[in-house]
Design a protein around this ligand. Sequence first.
Ligand code: HEC
Length: 107
Amino acid sequence: MNRFTTILAIAAASVLMAQCTAKKTATTTKSPEEIVAEVKKNYSEDQMEEGKTIFLGSCGKCHDLKEPETRTVEKWERVLPRMSQKAKLDDVQAGKVRAYVLAHAKI
Ligand code: HEC
């Protein structure tokens, strides 16, 4: 192999590798830390306070309040959609409750 083909081969290999990494990050599910960081970025303190108010008002009707700190982010992500439905929250309310809960959940 002359120098040119070597450089070409290295270039091709790095393009392939870059594509591989890009695909990986796109399909990998987010870590709890990433989910919490995203929620904190997208919701203001005020919105989270509203979430807390909704949580306190709606989530203790059928059972004792399940405090955010008692469960992990992962667990809440599985439970909240179902419970928000049970509590008849609209999407905006559910989003605020999720933000409040996840910001205080176990990692
Ligand atoms: C209409 C009644 C009702 C409302 C309102 C309700 N829940 Fe529940 N919740 C249940 C029932 C019934 C269960 C137990 C069975 C189940 O997991 O579906 C439960 C279970 C749970 C659990 C335990 C799940 C587990 O597997 O550990 C959590 C956490 C929870 N609810 C959180 C919430 C939150 C947060 C809200 C407010 C958004 C909420 N619930 C509103 C009825 C309700």
